[in-house]
Ligand binder design. Structure first.
Ligand code: AKB
Length: 337
């Protein structure tokens, strides 16, 4: 049987997954298969060749895919986010670490059965850092402050290392076992803001929650302090960056893990901008100590110069235009329709 060439997206029914499916199918050329516990949104479903509903922890699913498809690129998005992972740390470890290990092994098996290495795109996170609280003046580089305080952050940092392990010997393709069959590339995402969906279980969720509540005319009590500051990016730029990293020639990549960011407002600066877009929005602050401790351990800003130099990371939207030109019009339209 001839296996079909495809791109595999895990956790595909989340917000990054939907964006990736739209962009990959718009570009044409690659068929897409997906795995998620939840079905894809009805408007996205026709864009994929096959939708597997189930968990990445189910071996039989991965075996079926291995038998039927030749996977060229894996976007491994399935994960339990930071706040949720603190409530269910063992389940988080299972999904975030054991799941990633299964996918890396799957990529290795795929790579052994075709001529080219499998590109493995791994969305890591600013949660991989553990910073001294209140240190606002530092643009953190990838190798600094790798001391996460959360289960999610530990999972992300460890899986970056696992990925590096699976991609070792990449420069010696002729070498023996694990000989560069997996071309692992990780992005440390900042908080992401989508016009279409509100994430759940994350700790950067206060920004999207604030905007979406304002658009719906609902009051919102923000769970961090007004001066809390972490890096953010709009979803379209996150999807674009993911695809750019996947498409970058291997020889231009000097590291396996890259920071990316676009802007880093404080929570009160976000509130002020949301009030310009939605005058009269009812936004207050009612910090949740546990979630505040999580964001306080994340950097206020990151240095993404390696991503800009090596593979041309260049977010289209900054803070003000990201809100006024991208998020507000789309969110208004979303709730109108
Ligand atoms: C979370 O808040 O857990 C995520 C992240 C920053 O990785 N959005």
């Amino acid at each position: 049987m001839i296996r079909k060439n495809v791109v595999l997206i895990t956790g595909a029914s989340g917000e990054i997954g939907h964006g990736l499916i739209e962009k990959i199918s718009e570009a044409g050329g690659s068929s897409i298969i997906t795995i998620d516990l939840q079905p894809l949104a009805p408007e996205i479903k026709p864009l994929v060749t096959r939708e597997f509903i189930g968990s990445i922890l189910e071996d039989h699913l991965l075996q079926r895919i291995l038998a039927e498809f030749e996977v060229e690129t894996i976007y491994h998005l399935a994960a339990l986010l930071s706040t949720r992972a603190e409530f269910t740390p063992v389940a988080a470890h299972q999904v975030n670490v054991e799941g990633t290990l299964k996918l890396l092994n799957f990529a290795q098996a795929q790579g052994e059965s075709h001529a080219r290495p499998v590109t493995f795109i791994y969305p890591s996170s600013i949660a991989a850092y553990g910073m001294p609280s209140g240190d606002f003046n530092r643009k953190v580089k990838e190798h600094e402050w790798n001391m996460p305080t959360t289960m999610y952050g530990c999972n992300k940092l460890y899986c970056e290392h696992l990925g590096r392990y699976y991609s070792r010997y990449f420069k010696q393709l002729a070498a023996e076992t694990l000989s560069g069959k997996v071309d692992f590339r990780a992005i440390r995402f900042p908080g992401l803001i989508s016009a279409m969906t509100v994430p759940s279980g994350g700790t950067s969720d206060y920004a999207p929650e604030m905007i979406h509540a304002a658009a719906k005319g609902e009051p919102y009590a923000c769970f961090v302090e007004p001066d809390t500051r972490i890096p953010f990016m709009v979803m379209a730029d996150a999807v674009e960056a993911t695809l750019r990293l996947a498409a970058a020639p291997r020889e231009s990549l000097n590291q396996t893990v890259y920071n990316i960011t676009a802007f880093n407002p404080s929570a009160s600066e976000i509130r002020d901008l949301v009030l310009e877009g939605f005058p009269g929005a009812d936004i207050s602050f009612d910090p949740d100590l546990m979630r505040l401790a999580i964001v306080d351990s994340w950097p206020a800003d990151v240095d993404d110069s390696a991503a800009r130099t090596d593979w041309g990371h260049a977010p289209r939207f900054g803070f003000e235009d990201g809100f006024s030109e991208y998020l507000f019009p789309r969110i208004r339209e979303h709730y109108r329709s």
